[in-house]
Design a protein around this ligand. Sequence first.
Ligand code: URA
Length: 433
Amino acid sequence: MRMVDLITKKRNHEVLSQAEIQWIITEYVAENIPDYQMSALLMAIYFNGMTDEEQAQLAFAMLHSGDVLDLSGIPGIKVDKHSTGGVGDKISIPLAPIVASLGVPIPMISGRGLGHTGGTLDKLESIPGFNVNLSEAEFIAQVKAHGEAIVSADTKMAPADRRIYALRDVTATVEAIPLIASSIMSKKIASGTNALVFDVKVGNGAFMKTEADATKLAHALVDIGKQANVQSVALLTDMNQPLGITIGNSLEIAESIAILKGRGPKDVHDLTVRLAGHMLVLGGVTPSLEVAIGLAEDVIRDGRALAKFKQLIKDQGGDPTVVDNPKLLPQAQYQIAVKATAAGYVTAMDTNALGVAVMQLGGGRAKKDDQLDLAVGLVLHKKIGTPVSVGDTLATIHANTENVDAVVEAVQAAYRIGAERPERLPLIHQIIT
Ligand code: URA
């Protein structure tokens, strides 16, 4: 086979065979295909797309480029959740203990934040001592013993995806649905889970800005999952405003603790118990989604989920007393109020800009190896639909410098205030099975 012929095929809207896709990935990982040829193929895929069969074969070829975790030693149906990334999306943190406390093993492999989106691992690392780098044996032993672990991906999993993702990043080919779906699924299937719930974010703070694109991605993820025998459900959920009232690592841990104490914001609570419901159904606890959601509510109410979270922190070397005293989490030195300059209702929020504002404070990464300030971030006092008077505090900036004028301006500009109360945004747009 010659790479130039396969690039030509894709350029001419033809379909690549399984053998051809496998050959491309094997030869690329072996460094027999140069980056310039791979880049040309990626751009052809960006413009001409892939069939369902092609994108599944691409996911499987990337999956088999590295190690696949064997979780068969852990009894039960293992379930994981994957979010396509948002602002203020701390859902995994309360979700894992809720589901694990109902007997479903949760071997959760999470990511770090990049750009305007946050990452679960960074948030967890704001708990003093918390270790996300467990060995495979430690990870499996912890899930076996206590039903949950949240860790960073092993670098030996799906190496083809890592190389291709780095290339996509610099060749303007990240936003191609077949490439996103195969990238996500190669890693998720490699993690050895039996079932997956996807939280596909849609809106101005998400990768997918439109419902049409988010729906396409959700179908692609679920279809590849089915072909790999991984039971999958995707929820399309709203990212036209941040989730909850905090953006920033330790602030989001404090909010997650509040959720587990039954005191958190309603949107985070509702999405958490709904996602938990789907995970419990996939995990075989009950066939009824409504019953499953009720069970998730129960373990929040009676403290079992909170106890499970303390256990998770203890197991991974963290200080569990943060649960009783969230002030032990990293705290920023300065708190600066951002005031409203107009009256009316919050009609829209530029979610992406709020994520970028936290990045400017040092709470997010522009580049992969940037160091984070885990204490900084935003607390939002107003969200879409809230009435506002001139001089009201829209948000509080938590910073480790007093020099935040640019961030104050960015936050003010991110709030759109108008005379009419806007319609309520649905939290869940669609469920795709
Ligand atoms: N997340 C991934 O893992 N891969 C992509 O391509 C996009 C988001």
